[in-house]
Design a protein. Structure first.
Length: 739
């Protein structure tokens, strides 16, 4: 394929016209790149429509990005579906408490709802306590529980233990007609008294739980042990003696033990001096184990207030084989632990006996396990027991708070953070009791939400644009090189950031700042949500660090394209000067500059396209509901500029190639034409000679007057006429020109 060539009658006017068009196209590219680079640098239309890309968050998955807001929005969205409910009356009610101390506990109470339906039911059941209760008398139990949490190292475990302790009491109260309630209450009260007397409540609670876990048969076998304690003046001596007897029981046969006890009974019947009797009985021992057992029985009888009764109890222990039972040994160890940590051993024994006689072991076991949980969760056992004893005495069926205790524990069970939920409830209840009128609209919203079906996550997602618009949260973010503009759902620009070097793509901070600048700010502050609390982990944030270097590269390419396009325009302007356009290197320079300008423009546009594609794929894969789109105006301007520069580059190359004959040196062109027209020049030699052989003009000295004769004048005029009639050698017809 041959490249078209310009005609040889290519005039200066045509030359200037072509270069002027190229200059205009280059200038257009120059302006497009400048405007695109500086796009959205000012807060006015239409320049705000020039941006690199737009992030649309109107369908953002709020429950995923800000998990703390999930339950709150679900409750508010559900209430919105109730009859006669609108965003205006819902948020008007919230605004009434927005500037009060009630907002923070209310937000924490709702945001920690793991079971939203259960939480709503519990809150509505607790509402009368908050609205009509007495701020002092009706919050004593709640204050006591708060005190438990303050000294606890694990609030969740403390509340769970408290639930295990209190629930049997509530069941007992409900079944008081059966008579079991009084027994359970007495057992609980006795246990609390025992723990208060103990120097090691945790050990006592564990020992009581172990003893309470005995089967009815094991408990019956242990009854003689309680008889021994009841008939002794020294409980410690009883424990030590029984331990020695059980330790040696395997080496002393049951027959020998029975014989020894029978002998002791007969001897003591004749002589009540225990010391003398044991001095005689000691000779009956045939081994160290028997001697140790006899000594233990002697100590036991020495501290006994009823020697015969003690011997009878020992006989029953031997007959029941209790002395060789592993269960009895463990029970005795637990019992010794209780007695060793309590000053009033009589009270300890009576409490243990009362627990042993209790038939409702399941409820007692549950309570004792709850006690262990609470004591395990703190290092301040004495204070914990004191608070529990006070709480146990206050929680009776006649108290105002008593009917609300089940709802309280249901609320805690439905919470993912029971300690925070409870402390929030206490604070909110205290405030609501003093400001019932202000709190009534909030409770009305919760009541409406409970009466209708809970909305699905999909329905909540559909409500998000309306909710964001009502709260004046920007949903479109126009990202430019120098600025970030925020627009509403109608894409109307609300405000732009201050212009600076390169706008960072910190998507987490962008969303957080937008929320803080909206009417949603009080609720974020109430929940103490910061930018780092936004859950935006994923592909987008993993590659976020690549954005700024890439945009810097785009900016650098654009600046180079602007500089080179300006120099290219100057060079094209010089080419309009015919003398300069005859220089071969001038065309090479112009073509090189145009190529570099097109290269820089194309690189900048390509890099940006790749970066925006990364952002698009990141937002799509992360499933946050954020849609990122390319700024069509900027893309159109930069791609058009690149296309224009490519056209200029090829146009200059074409012009330079076709003008290569026109820019040959003048002498070379004349020589070529002389060779082509040699024959026609020889035909005209005679005429040339007549012209060249004119008569010489005589020299004239200064001041001399030259005169001519008429003949000379006539000859001169004839010569001039002859010269004028000579044909023009420079005239060429069109055919010879083509040749």
């Amino acid at each position: 394929m041959k490249i078209p060539r310009v005609s040889t009658n290519y005039s200066k006017k045509e030359h200037i016209t072509v270069l002027s068009l190229l200059l205009l196209v280059t200038f257009t590219s120059f302006i497009l790149i400048i405007v695109g680079t500086a796009g959205s640098s000012s807060d006015y239309v239409p320049i705000t429509n020039i941006y690199l890309g737009n992030a649309d968050i109107q369908h953002i998955n709020v429950t995923k990005v800000i998990p703390q807001l999930g339950p709150i929005l679900a409750i508010l969205g559900t209430a919105l579906t109730a009859p006669n409910r609108t965003l205006d009356n819902i948020f008007s009610a919230l605004k009434t408490v927005a500037d009060t101390p009630a907002l923070t506990p209310l937000m924490y109470l709702l945001s920690n709802a793991e079971n939203i339906t259960g939480s709503l039911h519990s809150l509505t059941e607790l509402a009368p306590l908050a609205l009509t209760g007495d701020p002092i008398s009706d919050t004593q139990e709640l204050i006591a529980i708060s005190a438990l949490l303050r000294i606890s190292d694990n609030g969740t475990e403390t509340l769970m233990g408290l639930k295990e302790l209190v629930e049997p009491m509530l069941v007992s109260a409900a079944n008081s007609s059966s008579g079991s309630a009084a027994a359970t209450d007495n057992t609980t009260a006795a246990t609390m008294q025992l723990l208060q007397m103990s120097s090691d409540p945790e050990t006592v609670a564990k020992s009581l739980a172990q003893l309470n876990g005995l089967t009815p048969t094991d408990k019956m076998q242990m009854l003689p042990v309680f008889t021994l304690f009841a008939q002794s003046s020294n409980a410690s001596a009883v424990v030590a003696s029984l331990a020695a007897i059980m330790q040696n029981a395997k080496e002393v046969s049951a027959e020998k033990s029975q014989l020894l006890l029978t002998t002791l009974q007969s001897m003591l019947a004749r002589n009540d001096n225990v010391t003398q009797v044991f001095g005689s009985v000691g000779s009956l021992a045939s081994s160290d184990a028997e001697r140790q057992s006899i000594a233990a029985i002697g100590e036991l009888l020495g501290a006994s207030t009823n020697v015969n009764g003690t011997l009878s109890a020992l006989e029953r222990l031997v007959e029941s084989n209790v002395t060789q039972s592993e269960t009895a040994a463990h029970s005795l160890t637990a019992l010794s632990g209780i007695i060793g940590s309590v000053n009033d051993t009589g009270k300890a024994v009576s409490t243990v006996a009362q627990l042993a006689a209790n038939t409702d072991t399941a409820a007692t076991t549950q309570q004792l396990q709850g006690l262990q949980m609470m004591l395990d969760a703190t290092d301040k056992d004495a204070q914990t027991v004191a608070i529990l004893a006070q709480l146990q005495s206050n929680l009776n069926p006649n108290s105002t708070t008593y009917p609300y205790i089940p709802s309280l524990f249901n609320l805690l069970a439905a919470s993912k953070n029971p300690p925070v939920t409870f402390s929030s409830l206490v604070t909110l209840t205290s405030w609501a009791q003093q400001n019932p009128t202000t709190f009534l609209p909030i409770m009305a919203i919760l009541n409406d939400a409970m009466k209708v079906e809970m909305i699905s996550p999909e329905t909540l997602l559909e409500m998000t644009p309306t909710l964001l618009e009502y709260l004046e949260i920007p949903v479109n973010f126009h990202l430019s090189i120098f600025t970030l503009c925020k627009a509403d759902i109608n894409n109307t620009v609300l405000r732009c950031s201050a212009s600076h070097a390169v706008q960072n793509m910190d998507f987490r901070n962008i969303i957080y700042v937008a929320l803080m600048e909206s009417q949603f700010q009080p609720y974020l502050k109430a929940l103490d949500i910061g930018a780092d609390d936004l859950y935006l982990e994923g592909k987008l944030l993993d590659r976020e660090h690549e954005y700024v270097p890439a945009i810097k590269a785009v900016l650098a390419m654009n600046i180079l394209a602007i500089i080179f396009s300006f120099i290219t325009m100057i060079n094209i302007g010089f080419l309009c000067w015919m003398k300069w356009s005859t220089k071969g290197y001038a065309w090479c320079l112009a073509i090189g500059l145009a190529s570099a300008t097109a290269l820089f423009s194309g690189l900048g546009t390509t890099v940006l396209t790749v970066v925006l594609q990364i952002i698009k794929s990141g937002t799509y894969d992360d499933q946050y509901g954020v849609v990122f789109t390319t700024g069509t105006t900027y893309a159109a301007m930069t791609w058009c500029a690149f296309a224009f520069l490519v056209i200029v580059c090829f146009a200059l190359l074409w012009c330079g190639w076709n003008e290569r004959d026109l820019i040959l040196p003048l002498g070379r062109r004349s020589s070529a034409k002389d060779l082509e027209n040699g024959s026609s020049d020889s035909d005209m030699d005679s005429d040339s000679d007549s012209v060249l052989h004119r008569p010489e003009v005589p020299s004239v000295t200064p001041g001399q007057v030259m005169r001519h004769s008429s003949n000379e004048t006539s000859a001169s005029s004839m010569s001039e006429e002859k010269v004028n009639n000579t044909p023009n050698i420079n005239t060429r017809d069109s055919s010879s020109e083509e040749t």
